[in-house]
Design a protein around this ligand. Structure first.
Ligand code: XMP
Length: 520
C-alpha cells in the first residue's frame, strides 16, 4: 500500500467536523456554504458501499428516502424506492384505510407481476377492444378475458385484435381457458421471476404467463420482457431493500392526531399503527413540523410502549435537546430539518429554523450519545448536497428531487411545451385543507385563520425514479471516491470541511459558458 501523504498544512485549513462546526458556531451553515476537502484515495467510486442501518432491524442498501408528502410518496414511489435499495414513506394525507392499502401494495408487490392487468369481457366486441387500445395508447394487444366474477375465460391474442374482426365478439375470437397455460399464485413460490423464467424456457413462443388463484380467478400477469429486464437488473450493485420475508420494505407517516377536545387521540393512533404493523410496515414516521413538542413526544412514547420492536422515525428537530427528547421518548431515527425544504416557508412565516449543515452537526453529536440515527430532511437539490449531508447523518430524505418523477402521485401537465408535475408543501394551504394540518399544529377547518408554511409549486417532469436515483448514486459514489471512503462510516470519519465564499459558490457551478446540456 502506498504511504498515505498527510500534511499539517492541510489540517490548518481543512478541518474535521468537531473542529470546523464549533469554530463556526456563530453562523448557521447550509450545503452551499461549505465544501469537502479531498483526501488520498485507493477507492474507486464504483467499489463504494452505500448500505446504512437506520435501526438494528431497518437496513437500506442506499441511504435515500422519499418524503412522506402527498405529491411525492404513495405506493408506486415506495415500490420504486425499495426496488432501488432505499425507502419510501407513504404520506398520511389520505384516509387511514387508504394508507393501509398503499402499504399493502408495497408489501405484497411481486416484481414483474402486473397485479391489475387490463382485461376484457367475453361479450365485448373486438371493435371495442381496438377502441380501448387507441384511447389508452396501449402498446400491447393481448388481453386476459374474465367473466363478471373475475374468473379466467381465455386469452385474446393480439393477432385476432384486428379491424377485420371488429364486429365479432371476444368470445368468438379468444383462445379458450383449457388451452391457456397458467400458473397458480402458490406455484410462483418465493422467487416468482426465476419461476417465470423457467416457464418461458419450457414453453417456446409463449410470452405472457397468466397467474390465477385457487378458484381460477385472474391474479396477475407476467411478461417475458419484464422477466428479462429484471434478470438483468439483478446483477446491479445495489439490491432492493427487503424485509426478512423477502418483501420490499415500506414506511408510513402518522401524525400526533388530536380528538375533538384537543387531546392526543391515543386510541386512534394506536389502532391505526396496529393495522399498519399487521400489514407489515417496516417503520412509522411521526412527522410534524415541530418534533420537540409534547404531542410528538407523547405519540412516540405511546407507540414505543405498544410496539417495543417497531422502527420509529420522529421529527422534525434542529436542536440537540430535540434529538435527546425524541430519543428518550423512544424514537430510533430522528428527522433533522426545519425550513430547508424547497417548498417550505417556515423560516419566512415563523422566523424559525436552522441552516441544514449546522443543524445536522448539532443533532448528529446528540444522536451519537443517545445511540439513535439521524436523517437529513429537506433542502437537497443535487447529489453533492447528499454527500455533504451523509458526512453527518445516516440517510437523506428528499421531496423535490422525486416530485417530478413518473412514480410520484399526480398527473403531468403541459405548459408552453414543457411537462410538469404538481409539488406542494404539506404545510401549504391546499395540503392542510386536504388533511395535513395536524402536522403543522393547525386545525383542518379552513374557516380558521392559519398561516401556511409551504407553497404549491410545479416540478419539471423528470422521468423514472430509477433514472434520477442512478444520477444521485453516481454522485454519492464519486464523492466517496474523492474522500477515499469505502463506505458511509468512513465518509463520516474522513470528512473535512471549509467555508465557501460567494465567489467560490459561483465558481462551483458552470460559469462563463453558454450551457448546451445540463449535467443530467
Ligand atoms: P425538499 O427540499 O426535498 O424538502 O423538497 C422536502 C421536505 O420538506 C419538508 N416539508 C415542509 N416544510 N413547510 C415546511 O416548512 C411545508 O409545507 C413542508 N412540506 C414538506 C418535509 O420535511 C419534507 O421531507
Amino acid at each position: 500500500m502506498a504511504a498515505i501523504h498527510h500534511s499539517q498544512l492541510d489540517d490548518t485549513f481543512y478541518q474535521p467536523a468537531d473542529s470546523f462546526f464549533p469554530a463556526n458556531q456563530k453562523i448557521g451553515l447550509t450545503y452551499d456554504d461549505i465544501t469537502l476537502a479531498t483526501l488520498y484515495s485507493e477507492i474507486l467510486p464504483r467499489d463504494t458501499q452505500l448500505d446504512t442501518a437506520l435501526t438494528e432491524q431497518l437496513r437500506l442498501n442506499i441511504p435515500v428516502i422519499s418524503s412522506d408528502m402527498d405529491t411525492v410518496t404513495e405506493s408506486r414511489m415506495a415500490i420504486a424506492m425499495a426496488l432501488n435499495g432505499g425507502l419510501g414513506l407513504i404520506h398520511y394525507n389520505m384516509p387511514e384505510k387508504q394508507q393501509l392499502s398503499e402499504v399493502s401494495r408495497v408489501k405484497y408487490y411481486v416484481q414483474g407481476l402486473i397485479q391489475d392487468p387490463i382485461t376484457v369481457k367475453p361479450d365485448q366486441l373486438i371493435g371495442d377492444v381496438l377502441q380501448l387500445i387507441e384511447e389508452k395508447k396501449f402498446s400491447f394487444s393481448t388481453f386476459p378475458v374474465v367473466d363478471d366474477k373475475g374468473k379466467l375465460v381465455g386469452l385474446l391474442f393480439g393477432h385476432v385484435v384486428k379491424p377485420r374482426y371488429a364486429n365479432k365478439k371476444v368470445m368468438e375470437a379468444l383462445t379458450p381457458r383449457d388451452q391457456v397455460r397458467t400458473i397458480t399464485k402458490k406455484e410462483l413460490g418465493k422467487d416468482p421471476i426465476a419461476r417465470a423464467d423457467k416457464f418461458f424456457n419450457e414453453h417456446i413462443g409463449i410470452h405472457k404467463l397468466i397467474v390465477v388463484d385457487d378458484e381460477d380467478r385472474l391474479h396477475g400477469l407476467i411478461t417475458m420482457s419484464d422477466v428479462e429486464r429484471i434478470t438483468l437488473e439483478r446483477k446491479a450493485q445495489f439490491k432492493p431493500a427487503r424485509d426478512a420475508q423477502f418483501r420490499l420494505i415500506c414506511g408510513a407517516a402518522v401524525s400526533a392526531t388530536r380528538n375533538a377536545f384537543g387531546e392526543l387521540d391515543r386510541k386512534r393512533i394506536l389502532s391505526h399503527v396496529e393495522a399498519l404493523v399487521e400489514r407489515g410496515v417496516d417503520a412509522v414516521a411521526v412527522s410534524t413540523a415541530h418534533g420537540h413538542s409534547q404531542g410528538v413526544g407523547d405519540t412516540v412514547r405511546v407507540l414505543r410502549d405498544a410496539f417495543p420492536k417497531l422502527a420509529i422515525i420522529a421529527g422534525n428537530v434542529t436542536s440537540a435537546a430535540g434529538v435527546e427528547y425524541l430519543a428518550d421518548s423512544g424514537a430510533n431515527a430522528i428527522k433533522v430539518g426545519q425550513g430547508p425544504g424547497s417548498i417550505c416557508t417556515t423560516r419566512m412565516v415563523a422566523g424559525v429554523g436552522i441552516p441544514q449543515m449546522t443543524a445536522l452537526y448539532v443533532c448528529s453529536r446528540a444522536a451519537a450519545k443517545k445511540k439513535v440515527t439521524i436523517l437529513a430532511d429537506g433542502g437537497i437539490t443535487k447529489s453533492g448536497d447528499i454527500v455533504k449531508a451523509l458526512t453527518l447523518s445516516q440517510a437523506v430524505i428528499c421531496g423535490g428531487i422525486f416530485a417530478g418523477c413518473n412514480e410520484a402521485p399526480g398527473d403531468v401537465v403541459e405548459i408552453s411545451g414543457k411537462l410538469y408535475k404538481q409539488y406542494r408543501g404539506m404545510g401549504s394551504y391546499a395540503a392542510m385543507k386536504a388533511g395535513s394540518a395536524a402536522r403543522y399544529g393547525h386545525d383542518k377547518n379552513p374557516a380558521q385563520k392559519v398561516a401556511p408554511e409551504g407553497v404549491e409549486a410545479l416540478k419539471e417532469a423528470c422521468g423514472s425514479v430509477d433514472r434520477v436515483l442512478a444520477q444521485l448514486i453516481g454522485g454519492i459514489q464519486s464523492g466517496m471516491g474523492y474522500l477515499g471512503a469505502a463506505n458511509l462510516a468512513q465518509l463520516r470519519a474522513k470528512a473535512r470541511y471549509i467555508r465557501v465564499s460567494p465567489a467560490g459558490m459561483r465558481e462551483a457551478a458552470p460559469h462563463d459558458v453558454v450551457e448546451l446540456k445540463t449535467g443530467n
